[in-house]
Design a protein around this ligand. Structure first.
Ligand SMILES: Cc1cc2nc3c(=O)[nH]c(=O)nc-3n(C[C@@H](O)[C@H](O)[C@H](O)COP(=O)(O)OP(=O)(O)OC[C@H]3O[C@@H](n4cnc5c(N)ncnc54)[C@H](O)[C@@H]3O)c2cc1C
Length: 275
């Protein structure tokens, strides 16, 4: 199918993007990598009056280390972050997860912030941001605000972003000493959206597990550091708290079993690489 008619603006600066979003609200869509938006336009799942292209704005392009955070601008493509020299040292969880985001071809176009804006419940990047307590930087004509990932992802492909806001960047906390990180995913084929994905972060006092692909948003749970039978029981209890969905890929029961098995494996891997 072909998209319905829309106007296209190649924004000259961030202010022009804000102006278009303020004027058209829900009838405007930002286009970043276009890997999700273009199929949605072609299938007429969205029919915006105007599409605002932000990919030529130098102000949105950088990956910057500042204090304890890495700031990734809205123009940064997933492949760019994956090949950033500081990735394994500062963001080991994303270093493990990014190769699972689609394919080399989609990563070479798709952006980090586009994935966050789209908020697919199986997407790897939102899951990692929730695990790491990242914040999302939103801007509009009215000003600027930062929202914690835990408050940003509000439901299936819905977020706390309002129609007049641009996601300008995400701020991701750097690796902390004495902490272990691991990411695991199960899908039909590599590059497919996850049936279940999980991230584990371990310190000497805490085990954090974040699960994607099971419920409408990624789900996060902190356990007191546990082992053996106690860990199995805690994982089982966590799996039952998830509002697991059924679809043609897997039953809710199968997804819960993956949470137990992959959760344990991810926790063990994170523990083994704690440094
Ligand atoms: C074959 C294929 C396989 C894929 N597999 C995976 C996968 O395994 N895991 C995964 O996570 N993703 C996967 N994707 C989707 C991923 O590639 C996209 O990159 C991502 O979902 C959206 O990023 P984008 O930059 O392409 O955004 P776009 O398609 O340009 O935009 C997506 C949505 O976000 C909005 N948006 C984008 N940027 C901003 C911004 N800065 N501020 C406000 N709104 C914004 C747009 O208006 C639109 O609604 C796949 C895609 C394809 C085509």
């Amino acid at each position: 199918m072909k998209p319905a008619r829309f106007d296209y603006i190649r924004a000259a600066d961030v202010a022009e993007t804000h102006a278009a979003l303020a004027e058209f609200g829900n009838d405007a869509r930002v286009i970043a990598g276009g890997q999700t938006l273009l199929p949605m336009l072609s299938m007429r799942l969205v029919r915006p009056k105007i599409v605002v292209d932000i990919m030529h704005l130098p102000a949105l392009r950088g990956i910057e280390a500042s204090g304890n955070d890495i700031r990734v601008g809205a123009g940064v493509r997933q492949a760019e972050l994956l090949s950033w020299p500081g990735l394994a040292e500062h963001l080991p969880l994303l270093s493990a997860a990014l190769p699972w985001v689609g394919h080399a071809q989609t990563r070479s176009r798709g952006t980090v912030c586009g994935s966050v804006a789209h908020a697919d419940p199986s997407a790897e990047i939102p899951l990692c941001l929730l695990a790491l307590d990242a914040t999302i930087e939103l801007s509009s004509r009215g000003g600027r605000r930062r929202v914690k990932a835990a408050e940003f992802f509000t439901g299936m492909m819905t977020t706390a972003r309002t129609d007049n806001e641009l996601i300008e960047a995400v701020h991701i906390p750097k690796k902390r000493t004495g902490t272990g990180y691991a990411f695991q995913e199960f899908g039909r084929r590599h590059g497919d959206f996850a049936i279940v994905a999980c991230a584990a972060i371990i310190t000497d006092k805490n085990v954090r597990l974040v699960i994607g692909g099971v419920a409408d948003t990624p789900a996060r749970h902190d356990f007191a550091a546990l082992d053996g039978k106690a860990l199995n029981e805690a994982l089982d209890a966590f799996a039952w708290t998830l509002d697991a969905r059924e679809d043609l890929h897997a039953t809710a029961r199968y997804r819960r079993e993956l949470v137990r098995q992959m959760g344990r494996a991810a926790i063990e891997e994170a523990r083994a690489c704690r440094a």
